[in-house]
Structures are given as C-alpha cells and as structure tokens.
Write a protein that binds this ligand. Structure first.
Ligand code: CU
Length: 406
C-alpha cells in the first residue's frame, strides 16, 4: 500500500512539473517573449557568478593545501617509499598546473564571452593545428605518467630475496595477528578447518588436529542428541541436520590432514603476536597477508605500503624499513608516535578499530624482542616445564584461595 502511494505521488509530481512548463510556455508566447530570452541584468549576474566561483575554487584549493599540511604523511620510512613519493609528487606537478589552466580557461571565457547583442560570433569550423595540439600534448603527458608509474610499480613489487624476514599478517573481523616463522625459518601450515578459539590462525600441528577432531566429535554428538531428545519444529531439525553435515565435512578434512603423514611440527616454533609487532631497520621484510572472512587491506601508511587481504589466498608485500621508531619520534618531535598497520577496506562495523602498532627496532633489539615471544608450542601448553612466571601465578592463586577460606 505504501509503495503504491509512493508511485502515485511520483507520478503526480511529474505531471505537475509538465503542467508548470506548459504554463511558462503559454505565458511567454502571450507576452511575445522568446522562451530563451534572458534579460541583460540576469545575464550579467550569471557571468559574474562564474568568475566568483572560479576565484572561490582557487582560493579554497590553496587554503586546503596550507591548512591540511600537518595531516599529510611524514617522510617515508621505507626504501621504496621514496620512489612512491616521487611518483606522487611528479603527478601533482602535472595535475596542479593543469587544474589551474583548464579551470581558468573554462570560467574566464564563459565570463568574457557572455551574451552580447552587439557581438557576432566568429565562425570557425575546423583547425588542424589546434586539434593536433590538444590531442598530442595530453597523449605525451599520459604516456609519460603511465610508463613512469609502471616502472616504479615494477621496482616496488620486485620479488623478495631468499633471506627476507617472513611475517604473516592475518586479518579477521576486527583485528590483526602477526606471525613469525620461528627458529626453523619455515612458517607452519594453516587451514580454516582447524580454527578454534585457542587457535585463531588455524595452525596445523598434530595436537591442534587431534583437539579439533575431538571438539568436532563432541559438537556432532551434541547436535544429534538434540534432534533425538528435544521436541523441535521440522524446519529447525533440517537446519540442525545441515549443521551436522557441515561439521562432518570439516571433520573429514581434519582427519585427512591427520592421516596425510606430513610433518606438521614446523608450526610449533612459530610465534603468534597481537597488539604490536616488531621489524628490524635496514632488513628486507616480506609480509604474507591472509584473511579469514572478508576482504581487508593491510595498510602501513608510513612505509607507503598497502595490499589487500583476500580470503582463500595469500597476498604479499615486501619492503625495507629505513627509520626506527625512536628516530621517527625525534624527527617528528612526538614521543607518542608509533608506526601503524591499519585496515583500509570498510570491512564492517568495527573496521575503524582494526589497528596494530609496528615497532621498527635495531636488529639486536628486534632479535631480543622476538626471543621473548612465546612459541606456538608453549601456547598449546607443550613446554616441558612451566615457566617461572606461571609457577608464581599458581602459587599466588593458591594463597588467595587459602585467604578466602579463612
Ligand atoms: Cu578490515
């Protein structure tokens, strides 16, 4: 009903516009005025408004350049960042003069040659020289921009060298996780089938596979029992059966991994970190970028780096950081400054919150930090002895229990 009313209103509006136009036609034919006749006064106002708009446009443009200078990115903190910035600046050097020249000609001529009864327009049908000039010059400029862009792109996207440090950036709604290969230098395999609350990256080890099979068995059993014991409407039963099918297919995939006989121990020494991650200055870092759910984008503005994170595939970006966090803090005179990894695709409601700090260290500090990070084995509780900190925690827990009982 509402939609019908809406259609009715739209039709009525169209009819009334047509009627008003008709009325205007009739009144002008009665007053012997041609429809396109505009009084010299109105004509002048329009012409002057065009000139005014041009000046306002130029002034706003220049004002913005000055006013927002401070929110622009600081010096690039990566080797290729200098190339990106140069490409960008050369484009601006071409675009800004073109912007001023084209808009000046557009508005100035519209103002200067506004309608004048006394003036007769010059009849010019064709001019080959003019045609050549405005075809060839933009073509040359465009070809230059494209070739220069491609050459820069090829330099930036050059294959990483063998000894580049491997860091995985894993995105999901709505956070980032970083992973390092550990002492064996090999990143362990991962699969979405093995993802669980304690294993958010889905790293494959014998332990995570066994745990996942056990969890899936429990889940399947729970769902089957619900169908058998509870009174559930038919539609819901179908839904539950589909869920059981899904879990069984997942279990089959996990069992396949388990029976493949592959060596899944490479993931055990991997280091999974959240909140912030460190990279060493002057070393090539190769980022392997993955996504669990939707398309995200790994954006590291200070390093002039961005690469989409696409579910089902691994994308990559390699760069060499050139400025440590400490040096950048003194360059910017800002003790709070941190390099950041952001998500640059609007990926959902908490997209704005997808952020991770990047600390660029000296190589020694980086190694020290990496050594302090827990291996995946210790996260799984596979370490032989509990660490000193854990022991202490258990003790203090016991103490507080005793205190509570008293
Ligand atoms: Cu995102």
């Amino acid at each position: 009903m509402d939609k019908l009313l809406l259609v009715f209103i739209v039709v009525l509006i169209i009819i009334s516009i047509a009627q008003i136009a008709k009325m205007y036609q009739i009144t002008s034919s009665i007053s012997k005025k041609r429809e396109e006749d505009i009084s010299p006064g109105t004509n002048r106002i329009n012409a002057n408004l065009l000139l005014f708009f041009m000046i306002a446009l130029f002034v706003t443009f220049i004002w913005q350049l000055i006013a927002f200078k401070d929110v622009l990115l600081p010096v690039p903190a990566s080797e290729h960042g200098a190339l990106t910035d140069r490409l960008f600046n050369i484009n601006w050097l071409i675009l800004i003069p073109a912007f001023f020249i084209v808009n000046f000609l557009l508005f100035f001529f519209a103002w200067k040659y506004r309608y004048n009864k006394e003036r007769k327009a010059l009849y010019l049908a064709h001019n080959n020289t003019l045609e050549m000039v405005w075809t060839i010059i933009p073509s040359i400029v465009l070809v230059f921009i494209i070739i220069y862009g491609l050459v820069t792109w090829n330099k930036i996207m050059d294959d990483p060298s063998e000894d580049a440090i491997q860091v995985e950036l894993y995105s999901k709604q709505f956070d980032w996780t970083a992973r390092y290969a550990g002492s064996d230098g090999v990143m362990g395999e991962a699969s979405f089938s093995v993802i669980s609350p304690s294993n958010p990256l889905g790293l494959i080890t014998e332990e995570t596979l066994d745990e996942q099979i056990e969890e899936l068995n429990k889940e399947i059993k729970r769902l089957e029992e619900r169908i058998a014991n509870e009174i559930i409407p038919d539609g819901r039963v179908k839904e539950l059966k589909e869920r059981i099918g899904m879990r069984k297919r997942q279990r089959a995939r996990v069992i396949n991994y388990r029976q493949s006989g592959a060596d899944f121990s490479t993931a055990l020494d991997d280091k999974v970190v959240r909140g912030e991650f460190h990279i060493p200055v002057g070393k090539e870092v190769n980022f392997q970028i993955r996504s669990r759910d939707v398309i995200h984008s790994a954006y590291m503005p200070h390093f002039r780096a961005q690469m989409n994170a696409v579910p089902g595939m691994t994308t990559q970006f390699t760069f060499v950081p050139t400025i440590t966090t400490d040096s950048m803090r003194s360059i910017l005179d800002d003790e709070e400054f941190n390099f950041v990894l952001l998500c640059n695709k609007v990926c959902g409601s908490a997209h704005y919150n997808m952020q991770m700090d990047i600390i660029v260290d000296s190589e020694a500090d980086y190694k020290k930090w990496l050594d302090e990070q827990k291996t995946f084995a210790s996260v799984l509780g596979l370490d032989q002895e509990p660490s000193f900190a854990e022991e202490e925690m258990e003790e203090s827990e016991e103490e507080s229990k005793i205190a509570q009982n008293n």
